[in-house]
Design a protein around this ligand. Structure first.
Ligand code: F3S
Length: 387
């Protein structure tokens, strides 16, 4: 692999043991995946932030590191809202360990936002190279923004944050970003909501697997693209997709898709996913809500009181930027939590059935929360929680 003189100095240990080890890790990853060089990154998003995931050994390892991030970096959602863990039912011992993990990342210069939607916090642009970890964030960056990132493991993303580079292979290379399968949606989608796109992603991900799909017949907005990509990354392993005339690379490149395998999606495929069942609680914000989604929930809850627990998850940055909306939502009895999410937080584990507006949550809630999951639109979710 080609390395520059700065890299050689780091590898020689002239900038400390942590940077040396981190660059060794990136070089080893690059060799495994056939990278010819490292590429500078604009930002990193680091998974392995929940104490539940990394445990005592992970925490001890983080505390051995001594370096500072050289690019903006954030964490993936952790197991609790850092300011409201007690009301979430998180025990004190876990909360202290979780705080210790966050503090360890803080010492390394990683921003203490814990979110799967870093793109709401910091501008990410077309063509930017990134080292992001969380699958929905990776999908959004690659597909909706046209940035370039592989789905990094936690140590790889952390190493990239500390070095400012990542191995240049996979989705960093234009030649690996062309469509591999065509998905023709043969349904009138003009009135579709994000939940419908989540259901489409839930269905399509199972058929597409880890290939790059090219969608026709849909015109999703950005929140709907977020829902589509998150669900496909959950039921499949889709890290990049294109939508004819909508996503940036489909707009810029005259992709030849006529000869690709075709998957047709029909009305019944999607309708079958919207099965009604009684639920004990409702959860919104998978991926974390955008400012517009938070406002929409506020409008739907105006003048109402929740009769079933309703939880909404968003990044702290989005929550802090919308204090009036959050106050109005919480006046209904609903709760808006930062730093964590419906899947990694223990708050949802106390319910046997949960309604969501997300195809990704529909896929994850049964295994991760041990609950039956039902999908509906945001409007239906609020109705179920308040009537
Ligand atoms: Fe984000 Fe958690 Fe969903 S990380 S995409 S809210 S499962």
């Amino acid at each position: 692999m080609q390395l520059d003189p700065d890299d050689d100095r780091i590898l020689a240990g002239e900038e400390g043991e942590t940077r040396q080890k981190m660059l060794e890790l990136l070089v080893a990853l690059g060799k495994v995946f056939g990278a010819e060089r490292l590429v500078p990154i604009r930002s990193a998003q680091v998974s392995g932030a929940s104490y539940k995931t990394i445990g005592e050994y992970g925490l001890q390892w983080l505390n051995t590191l001594d370096a500072k991030a050289v690019v903006p970096a954030v964490l993936n959602p952790i197991g609790m809202d850092r300011g409201r863990w007690e009301e979430m039912g998180v025990d004190k011992d876990f909360a202290e360990k979780q705080e210790a993990v966050v503090a360890a990342y803080g010492r390394l210069g990683i921003g203490l936002e814990c979110t799967c939607t870093p793109y709401y916090l910091r501008e990410t642009s077309y063509g930017d190279h990134l080292a992001w970890s969380e699958s929905s964030a990776v999908s959004y960056a690659n597909s909706v923004i046209g940035a370039r990132t592989n789905r990094e493991g936690g140590p790889g993303a952390l190493a990239a944050a500390l070095i400012g580079k990542t191995p240049c292979y996979g989705f960093h290379l234009g030649k690996n970003r062309t469509p591999q399968v065509r998905v023709d949606v043969q349904i009138a989608t003009r009135d579709w909501t994000a939940a419908d796109y989540g259901a489409l992603g839930y269905h399509a991900g199972k058929l597409v697997g880890n290939r790059i799909p090219f969608f026709t017949g849909i015109r999703p907005d950005r929140d709907q693209l977020k829902a589509l990509g998150a669900a496909m990354a959950a039921t499949g392993a889709v890290a990049l997709y294109h939508v004819a005339e909508i996503t940036p690379e489909a707009q810029k490149n005259p992709y030849a898709v006529a000869g690709l395998e075709k998957i047709a999606v029909e009305r019944m495929d999607i309708a079958a996913i919207f099965k009604e069942t009684l639920v004990e609680a409702v959860a919104l914000g998978c991926p974390h809500c955008s400012p517009e989604e938070l406002k929409a929930v506020g409008r739907l809850l105006a003048g109402k009181k929740v009769k079933k627990p309703l939880y909404i998850f968003a990044s702290r940055g989005v929550i802090d930027a919308s204090p009036d909306v959050v106050t109005a939502i919480e006046q209904s009895g609903a709760r808006v939590y930062a730093d964590t999410c419906m899947v990694v937080s223990p708050v949802m584990e106390r319910y046997a059935s949960i309604m969501v507006n997300s195809g990704k949550a529909l896929a994850y809630v049964p295994d991760m929360c041990g609950a039956v999951a039902r999908i509906g639109t945001t409007e239906e979710c609020v109705k179920v929680a308040t009537e």
